[in-house]
Design a protein around this ligand. Sequence first.
Ligand SMILES: [Zn+2]
Ligand SMILES: [Zn+2]
Ligand SMILES: [Zn+2]
Length: 778
Amino acid sequence: MARLDWRGTSDDGQRPPMNSLPRSVPVAPSISRQRIQVRGLVQGVGFRPHVYRCALAHDLAGWVCNDGQGVSIEVEGRDVDGFVRSLEDQIPPLGRIDSLQRFELPVALESGFQIRKSNADGTTSAAIPADAAICDRCVRELFDRQDRRYLHPFIACSDCGPRYSMTRAVPYDRQNTTMAEHPMCDACAVDYGDPLGRRLHAEPIACHDCGPVLSHTLEAIGAAIRVGKIVALKGVGGFHLVGDARNADLVLRLRTRKQRSDKPFAVMLLNRASACTELELSDPALTELQSWRRPVVVGERQMHGALHRELAPGLSTQGVMLPYTGIHYLLFWELAGRPDGHSWLSQVSDIALLMTSANISGDPILADNEETHAALADVADLVVTHDREICCESDDSVLRDAQGTLVQLRRSRGYVPQSLNLGRTLPPVLGTGAYLKNTVCAVRGDQAFMSAHLGDMASVATRRFAQDSLAALLEQLAFTPQAIACDLHPDYASSRVAETLAVRYAIPLIAVQHHHAHAASVLALADYRESALALVLDGHGMGADGASWGGELLRLDGANMQRLGHLQPLATPGGDKAAREPWRMAVAALSMLGRDDDARARFGDLPMIDAVVSLARSPDCPRSSSAGRLFDAVAGLLDVCHTTGYEAEAPMRLESLVRAPQSLENGYHIADDSVLDFAELLRALSDIDEATRGAELFHGTLVDGLAAWVAQHANAQNLECVALSGGCFANRWLARMLPDRLERQGLRVLSEWDRLPPGDGGVSLGQAYIAALTLENN
Ligand SMILES: [Zn+2]
Ligand SMILES: [Zn+2]
Ligand SMILES: [Zn+2]
C-alpha cells in the first residue's frame, strides 16, 4: 500500500534516478533510513502508539522511544515521507508537535518496528502531560454491559485520564506515578502492551480487578446527594464539594458552612445540550466546554434557564462544566436512575451538580485523604475518597465566554503543566508572581512553564504550595535559573520567596513593576519584539513611585517600561478596606466632586461615615489610579454593592446589569498630563437613580474614554500595537468592545487571554520575561 501511495514528490535525495528506467514500469522508491526528532506535547499522549501505527501503515521498520525533550524515532523503508505526513496529519487528540527534525542515516536493513522503553539518558523531560477528561470511547465502554470495564470508575486509555495529578517524577512512566501502587492484572497488562489497542502504554490503565477503589458505593453517594447532603468527592486534582444544585436550601447551607458569602458556585451538567438550555454559549466556548481539558466556562444565563439564582447571587452569569471522569459519569447515571444503553448520555438532563473546590478559604485545593477528612469535618456530610493518591493538586480551570472572546480566569487542570510556546529562546529564569490568585513560572528555552493556580499568598498553605511548586518545576526541568523575578512590592510573600532563591543560587533578583509584568506577559506570548503600548486595567499593584497603580497606559521597549498616563487617582479611604467596601470608594468619588454632604446623606447609616468622609478629603489619604477601584466607586454610587464578600464582586454585579452599554457625551476628559479623568461621568452617575442605566452609561463611556486615550498616545508615540492586560478584562464588555474599537482605529491589539489569564495568574510569566530580556541586554 505504501508503494502505491508513493508519488515521488520528495526532493530530499531519495528519489530514484527516473531517467535510467523505462517509463512504463512502476518505480519502487529506494529504501532509506532516517532519524526523526519530535518536540512538543508528545509524551504520555499516545504518541508512541501513533508512531507505531503510522510505521506499520507505511511498511517501515525501526523504533520509537521517549527521550529527554520529546520523542526519537528511527525508521527505514520506502515511504518515510508518507510516514511523516501521517505522523503530522493524524496527531493524537492530546498531542501537539512544535518541531520535527529529520536526519539521513545509513540503511541498517532492520526488520520489524519496536516501541522502546524510555531513553533514560540523564536529561529529564518536562513533558508531563496534562490531566485529560475521559474520552468518548471510554464513556461508551463505561456503559457497555459487555465490556470488562463496565461501570469501572477509573476507566482510562491512551487518549484520556489523569496524568499530571498522579505523576511523582519524570519521565512519565507508570512506575513514576501513583498508579505504581496498583499493579496491573494480566488482562490489563495485555492491553498495556498491545501496540494496536487503545491502551498501549496508557499509564492510568485500570479495571475492576486491579484499579483503585472508591470508598463508597454509587448507591450510597447517589442517596446522599438525593436527600440534599453535601458530599466531598475526590476528583482528579483534588476534592470537590458536591451537592444537588437544584436544591436551594443546600446551596445556602453550603454557603454558611463554607463561610463563602455570595461567591458564585459552578455546576456540572451532563452534556452540551443541557448546558445550552441554561447558558447562552458561543461556538468557541462550546468547543472548549467539551474539549478534553473540560474547564469551567462562565457564560450568560439563559433567560428561562432553571438553575437557581442563589448559585451566583446578583450575577447574570453562571459557571458550568461537563463531567470529566468515570466517577462523574457514574454519578449522573446513578442519579438518572441507572438508564440502559447510551442514548441518555446525549439527551438533555435536568440533573445539575454543584461543584466547588474543597478548600479552606484562600488555601489550595485539598487533595490528601486524611487532611480532607479533618478539614471538612464541619462542611461535608460524607467524604468519598479513593486509593489513587493525588500527587500534583490542581483546581478546575475557568474560562469566561465574552460573546465568543474567551478569557482565561484560572489556568489549571487540563492546561498545566503544558508549556506555553514563546517563539524564541530565552535565558533560564523564574518568576514568583504577585499576591492574589498567584502562579509561578519558569522559562526554559523557548517555553514558559506555569504552575497550577496556587491561591492567595496570604495563606500559609498557599505559600508552602508555591514553594513546593517552584521546587517541582526546578526538578522537572533540570533547571538552574540565571535570574529570578518578583513583584516590586517587597512585602509580598512571593517577593520573599524570590529573595531566598536568589541568595541560594547566587543570581540576580529582578523586581518588576506589577503592571509592567502584566503587559509583558502578553508581548511574551505574542512574541512581539517591537516597542508597544500597553493598557493595563487592574486592581492594585505597587507603582514605580510607591503609590497604588491599576489603570495604566504604558510604553514598553524591550525590558524597559515608561508610564505614559493613568486614570485620575481616587482616594482609597481605609486602604485595603476600600477594596472590600465599595461604599468607601463612592465616598471618595463624591468627595472628589465636592459633595461631602451628599456622601453623608447617602451613607449616613454606616457607622464610619464621618471618619471616611474626612479621610477621603485628607491630602494624606493614599490615592490609587486603579481601574478596579473606579468600578468599585461606581458600584457604590449606584447602590449595586456597598460591601463585598469576595474579590471583584462589585465589578461583577455592575457588569451583570448591563444589556447595552451607552455613551455619556463629554463623560471623560484627557488632561494635558495624560491623565484620563471620568469626573463628569461620576457626577452624572451620582444623580442617577436607576442602577441599570448607570451601569450601562459607565461601561459605554469607559470604553469611549479608553479608546480615545489609547489612540491619542498611539499617534503621539508613533506606535501601532497595543497590549491589553489586567484583571478588569474579565469584564465581558471591556473584553469584547475595547479590542474592536481599537482595531477600528487602525491599531493592532494583542491580548492572548485565551492562553493566559489577564489577571494576576499571568503576572509570573511577564516577570520572568522581563528578567530574561534584562539578562539578554547585559
Ligand atoms: Zn479513553
Ligand atoms: Zn486490570
Ligand atoms: Zn494585577
